[in-house]
Ligand binder design. Structure first.
Ligand code: SF4
Ligand code: SF4
Length: 412
C-alpha cells in the first residue's frame, strides 16, 4: 500500500487529526454510562407496521468497508473496535444493528459481541443477491454468523429484485426472518415497492447536504414525498448516511480561508461534536423518520452521538450546518446528472466527480483509480473540450472543468 493510501477512517477522525494541531483537542462532554446504568436521552420510535420500538440511533457497519479500503491496519483497527462500539451503544439504550452479508465479517463480529444480549437488540442484515437460492444461502449464513435463529429485519441491499422478494417470503414463512425491507439511494425505486406493499421498512439516505435550503429544488426532491407515502402505508423509515456518508470536507484543510477559520473557531468554542450532533438532530426532527443508522468508528463516537438525543435542534445547530454546507457546497456534486445531456463530448462528468470524491474525500484511493481506469478513454476527463456548457446548467454551480482536470491528475 502506498503511504498516501493510509489515513483516518472517518471524517470525524479527519477533523480531529487535521484540526487538533491548530485548535487543540476538545474534551468530551458526555461520558458513557456504566454498564447496566439507565441510558440517558435515548428515545424510541415505532418502526411502521413492524411495531418494533426502535432506538433513534442504531449502528451501521459501512464504516468497516471504508476502513477495509484504507488498508489492513485501519481495517483491523475497526474490526477490533466494533464489539466495544456495539456494547457501548447498547449501554446507551441503542437497540439495533444494521449490516449486510457483503460487509466483510461484521456479522460474525457482531454475533460474538452480542452473545448474551440478543434479547436487547434487533438485528437488520441484507443480501444483495438477485437469485432466490443465493439470497436464501446468504440468509442461512447470516443466521449462523449472528448465532441466532431469526433476523428481525432482512432487506434487499442496494435495491429490490423478484428473486429477493421470493426468497424473503420463503424465509419469513420458515420463521427465519421477521420483517422485509430494502435499501436504495433512489426514492422512486423505494416508492414502487412501498406502493406495492412489499416492504415493511426502507433504508433511505437523507441528510442536510441533500435537502438543505440550497439543494431542495435540485436534489432528492422525492425523498420527503417518499417519507409521506411511507407514513400513509405505515412503512418504517430508517435513514442511512445521516452525516452525508462521511463526506470529508476539503475545506477542513484550508485554514487560511476566513470562512473555514470561522467555523473551526466556533467548533473549538462549542465543541466539534456539535456539528455531528447537528446532522443527527436535523434528521431526527423529521417526524416521518424512525431512526438514523450511523457508522461509528470508535466508542467515543457512540457517546457523542447518543448525547445529541439530550438536545433539541436549535439555532447553534442550524448555524453550524449552514456554515458547513456553505463551505462544502462548491465541492459537492449532487449527482443529479443535469450536466450529462449537455456535454457534446460525452464525458462522464458525475462518475468522474464521484471517483474524485472517493479518492479525495472518502480516502478510497485505490478503488477510485480502478473505477476511473475502467471508464472508456473517450469518456474520461481529457475528452473535455472546455466548452463550458455543463457549468451553465449545473444547479450547484460547480467548477466542473477545473474539477475534471484535477480528477484526472489524481486518478489517471
Ligand atoms: S466543458 Fe467539457 S465536460 Fe463540460 S460540457 Fe463541455 S466538453 Fe463536456
Ligand atoms: S456536476 Fe453539477 S449538474 Fe453534473 S451531476 Fe454534479 S451537481 Fe449535477
Amino acid at each position: 500500500m502506498k503511504a498516501e493510501e493510509s489515513g483516518s477512517v472517518t471524517r470525524r477522525h479527519f477533523l480531529e487529526t487535521t484540526t487538533a494541531a491548530t485548535l487543540g483537542v476538545l474534551a468530551a462532554n458526555h461520558p458513557a454510562p456504566a454498564a447496566g446504568e439507565p441510558a440517558a436521552g435515548m428515545k424510541y420510535r415505532r418502526l411502521g407496521r413492524t411495531n418494533l420500538k426502535i432506538s433513534e440511533i442504531g449502528l451501521g457497519c459501512a464504516s468497516g468497508l471504508r476502513s477495509q479500503q484504507l488498508g489492513p491496519e485501519q481495517f483491523n483497527k475497526y474490526r477490533e473496535a466494533l464489539p466495544m462500539i456495539a456494547q457501548r451503544l447498547l449501554d446507551h439504550g441503542g437497540n439495533f444493528v444494521a449490516t449486510s452479508a457483503s460487509y466483510h465479517d461484521t456479522e460474525e463480529i457482531l454475533g460474538r459481541a452480542l452473545k448474551g444480549r440478543r434479547k436487547d437488540v434487533f438485528i437488520f442484515t441484507a443480501s444483495g443477491k438477485k437469485d432466490a437460492k443465493a439470497v436464501i444461502a446468504d440468509c442461512e449464513r447470516s443466521l449462523t454468523r449472528f448465532q441466532t435463529d431469526v433476523i428481525d429485519g432482512y432487506f434487499g441491499h442496494g435495491g429490490w429484485s423478484d428473486g429477493f422478494g421470493e426468497a424473503a417470503q420463503t424465509l419469513k414463512q420458515q420463521g427465519k426472518i421477521r420483517f422485509i425491507g430494502m435499501s436504495c439511494h433512489i426514492p422512486e425505486k423505494h416508492r414502487e415497492r412501498v406502493e406495492a406493499g412489499l416492504v415493511d421498512f426502507i433504508f433511505q439516505p437523507y441528510n442536510y447536504m441533500n435537502l438543505a435550503k440550497w439543494t431542495e429544488k435540485t436534489d432528492r426532491v422525492g425523498t420527503e414525498e417518499l417519507f409521506e407515502l411511507c407514513k400513509k402505508k405505515d412503512v418504517g423509515v430508517m435513514v442511512i448516511k445521516p452525516m452525508t456518508g462521511h463526506f470529508i470536507p476539503n475545506w477542513a484543510k484550508q485554514t487560511d480561508d476566513p470562512k473555514v477559520a470561522g467555523l473551526l473557531t466556533e467548533l473549538k468554542t462549542v465543541g466539534k461534536q456539535n456539528l455531528y450532533q447537528a446532522f443527527l438532530l436535523w434528521v431526527l426532527k423529521n417526524p416521518n423518520v424512525c431512526c438514523a443508522i450511523v457508522g461509528m468508528g470508535a466508542t467515543q463516537d457512540v457517546t457523542e452521538n447518543c448525547a445529541a438525543l439530550t438536545q433539541k435542534f436549535g439555532a447553534l445547530h442550524e448555524r453550524l450546518l449552514e456554515q458547513y454546507a456553505a463551505l462544502a457546497t462548491g465541492d459537492y456534486c449532487r449527482m443529479c446528472e443535469t450536466c450529462v445531456p449537455t456535454c457534446p463530448a460525452g464525458v462522464r462528468i458525475p462518475d468522474i466527480l464521484r471517483y474524485r470524491m472517493y479518492h479525495q474525500n472518502y480516502g478510497h484511493r485505490r478503488d477510485a483509480r480502478e473505477l476511473y481506469a475502467a471508464l472508456p478513454a473517450h469518456q474520461q476527463a481529457p475528452a473535455c473540450t472546455e466548452c463550458g456548457q455543463c457549468e451553465q446548467v449545473c444547479p450547484a454551480r460547480l467548477a466542473i472543468v477545473r474539477k475534471l482536470k484535477a480528477a484526472h491528475e489524481l486518478l489517471a
